[in-house]
Design a protein around this ligand. Structure first.
Ligand code: GAF
Length: 369
């Protein structure tokens, strides 16, 4: 049992806050290209308990298994300590102070149900949760979209992960069972409910990723290079009519462009299919998105492909795809109504037997989770 806030700091917290992880239904690697995304909140959340201090010291405790089990500390304004999760806490206080919001020191206890490196946005959930707790404690005048934009700055400016805006937007404004259809160029968004008759399933492959590491950064740089060579400010400005020109670029830029252009079109088609309740159509879009990520964008790994192949063999699954940044993480599937739990269990079992990995089922939420 991890210690309570009272046991750690000798008094109760003043503020408690939560923020969810997310699953992206479709629209992968489109957000940093000004494109469309379609994430949805998941039931797993990050929780923060906080109490203000009279000095400038931040004392923080994480109940996460990979944390040290000690209270870690820094002084407001101090440079990165390079201590993993503490960097996010420092990043949040750093961007708030840089934006002119006055803070004092705080005590924090952080708990997360969103598995790290699972492609389900554990870090944006932490950023948004900390920002929400600080907003409440210091009565900061920030709306939910501003919270999301600050969350993105934590990642890009402080942690050094050059991510887009999808994950903090999902953690800040998305809901359960309702997709957030977001245009990352205009920042216009709309909520699109999941139609009846479908059970979303999420299985974490057990292969962890890290977006401040090289591959994600390389993909982003390839997109920027391709946009420059094609004379547009972002790949969002291209259509399928531009693909022959894009495919004439040197390898692999053309394929990267093809993924982004076709993925944007798939998001729009998915929104239509959701509205019509066209479940087989949704399934086909999921598989097409996965194939595009695997072949054109090259962000899948064999374990993730195995999960998608097992879904293809399962008569109760409409479609499946890698969700999130890739290079590991999770697969999202759409199963027939009422079959989600059974589908998730049998695919996870077959996957474990064939891969030697230890998958976890996030959705449908296992009872007792
Ligand atoms: C990660 C990033 F954080 C997002 O911004 C997005 O680019 C995603 O990978 C890929 O769609 O989750």
């Amino acid at each position: 049992m991890s210690p309570t806030f009272q046991e750690l700091f000798g008094h109760p917290p003043e503020v408690v806050a939560q923020a969810p992880g997310r699953v992206n239904l479709i629209g992968e690697h489109t957000d940093y290209n000004g494109g469309f995304v379609l994430p949805m909140a998941i039931p797993q959340q990050t929780h923060v308990e906080l109490r203000r201090r009279g000095d400038r010291r931040v004392r923080a405790f994480s109940t996460n298994k990979s944390a040290s089990g000690e209270i870690l500390e820094f002084e407001l304004g101090q440079e990165s300590t390079g201590k993993g999760w503490l960097d996010y806490v420092q990043g949040v206080t750093h961007v708030l102070q840089r934006s002119g919001f006055p803070l004092s020191g705080v005590e924090l206890r952080i708990t997360s149900e969103v598995p790290l490196g699972s492609g389900l946005s554990s870090s944006a959930s932490l950023d948004v949760c900390l920002l929400r707790a600080l907003r409440e404690a210091f009565a900061l005048k920030l709306d939910d979209v501003q919270i999301a934009l600050l969350g993105q700055r934590v990642e890009v400016d402080f942690v050094g992960a050059p991510v887009g805006v999808m994950d903090p937007m999902a953690a800040s404004i998305a809901g359960l069972n309702v997709a957030l259809f977001l245009d990352t160029h205009t920042m216009r968004f709309e909520r699109v409910p999941l139609p009846p008759g479908v059970d979303p399933v999420i299985i974490n492959s057990g292969v962890a990723h890290n977006h401040s590491a090289g591959d994600y950064r390389v993909r982003r740089a390839e997109c920027e290079r391709a946009a420059k060579q094609l004379g547009v400010s972002q790949l969002r400005d291209l259509t399928e009519a531009d693909l022959p020109r894009a495919l004439a670029l040197s390898e692999p830029l053309g394929r990267r462009v093809r993924h982004v252009v076709t993925e944007n079109a798939r998001v729009l088609a998915t929104v239509e299919a959701l509205r019509k309740g066209d479940l087989p159509g949704l399934g086909r879009l999921f598989y097409a998105s996965h194939d595009s990520q695997r072949l054109d964008y090259e962000v899948s790994v064999p374990e993730i492909d195995l999960l998608v192949d097992l879904a293809r063999e399962d008569a109760d699954v409409y479609g499946a795809r890698l969700t999130g940044g890739g290079f590991g993480g999770s697969v999202v599937m759409l199963a027939r109504d009422g079959t989600g739990t059974a589908v998730a269990r049998r695919i996870a079992e077959r996957y474990a037997a064939r891969s030697g990995q230890r998958p976890t089922i996030l959705l449908p939420q296992p009872s007792g989770a």
